[in-house]
Design a protein around this ligand. Structure first.
Ligand code: C2E
Ligand code: MG
Ligand code: MG
Ligand code: MG
Length: 283
């Protein structure tokens, strides 16, 4: 906030800049109230088995209900990270997603699904994180083995030893850990084998190249092989076409997520996907 106010002051003579600073200040204030009130909903996107074309689980993605509109995460997650509120959002999303998974478990006991939510790397070494996750698992009664946390690799991963320790504690709760957007972050290869991960999500920028260039194909193939060699499950993100799915299947990828199957949808529509006849849960 100090930054945007400072900007407003020093650009005082530029009305455009001033308006922008005031708008971002309003956004921050609104966001703070939204976090207090819990004005967030979770949309769910299926994660599909490429072998069987069935739903193995869902990723829960946050949306902010602001003045009757839905705000996308890219428009407020960075602000929430800067203001230190991101952990409150991440825990609300995890809680909502776990409740939903419990409900799906009751409705469809024949198909055990997984639920994934995102955890901002900024809060990974925050004291209390592991306890809060444990409280949510216990409070919702969700089977921990069906819960996954996705972490994006960023330059701000910070102290590696501390990070590894936290990840081990999270895994000790029985949940799985995924590296999100793999390939877009920093120095991933140098520490990948040291992190106790279970899943590697191949960033959609690599998947989108599968249509037109052979280099992307080789790149994706290499990542899939590497994941397998490290004992990690690979999930392809951003699968938008039949060609993407077929190519990934041929390259040995087992799980996929993308608009080709379904965009993220609200809980009711996600539930309908589970009993629909286009894509059904794995039995
Ligand atoms: P992500 O975790 O990598 O999630 C996947 C994003 O890709 C989602 O965007 C999803 O809608 C989008 N997507 C899925 N399939 C396709 C496709 O076929 N094509 C294209 N072009 N896009 C696709 P969304 O929901 O806008 O979320 C954006 C990012 O915001 C997420 O990327 C994640 O990094 C972050 N995010 C979302 N929810 C949360 C949350 O609860 N906590 C935190 N810390 N971050 C979150
Ligand atoms: Mg994710
Ligand atoms: Mg991702
Ligand atoms: Mg992303």
């Amino acid at each position: 906030r100090a930054k945007s106010l400072g900007k407003a002051r020093c650009e005082f003579c530029d009305p455009g800049m001033q308006t922008q600073a005031l708008q971002s200040l309003a956004l921050e204030t609104d966001l703070r109230h939204a976090v207090e009130r819990g004005d967030f909903i979770v949309h769910f996107q299926p994660i599909v088995s490429l072998g069987e074309d069935c739903i193995t689980g869902f990723e829960g993605l946050v949306r902010w209900q602001r003045n009757g509109a839905l705000v996308a995460p890219d428009d407020f997650i960075p602000i929430a990270e800067d203001t230190g509120q991101i952990h409150l959002i991440d825990m609300q999303v995890l809680y909502t997603a776990c409740c939903q998974l419990v409900q799906w478990g009751i409705d469809h006991p024949e198909m055990p699904l997984t639920i994934s939510t995102n955890l901002s790397a900024r809060q990974l070494t925050r004291p209390g994180l592991v306890d809060e996750v444990q409280t949510i698992l216990a409070g919702t009664g969700v089977p921990a083995s069906q819960v996954r946390l996705e972490i994006t690799e960023t330059a701000t991963l910070g102290n590696l030893d501390e990070l590894i320790e936290t990840l081990h504690q999270l895994k000790a709760l029985g949940i799985s850990l995924a590296m999100d957007d793999f390939g877009t972050g920093y120095s991933s290869l140098s520490y990948l084998h040291r992190l106790p991960l279970d899943i590697l999500k191949i960033d959609r920028s690599f998947v989108s190249g599968l249509d037109h260039d052979e280099y992307s194909q080789r790149l994706v193939q290499t990542v899939i092989h590497m994941a397998r060699n490290l004992g990690l499950e690979a999930v392809a993100e951003g699968v938008e076409s039949h060609t993407h799915a077929a190519t990934l299947r041929a390259l040995g990828c087992t799980l996929a997520q993308g608009y080709y199957y379904s965009p993220p949808v609200d809980a009711a529509s996600a539930t309908a996907l589970l009993s629909g006849d286009v894509l059904v849960g794995c039995r």
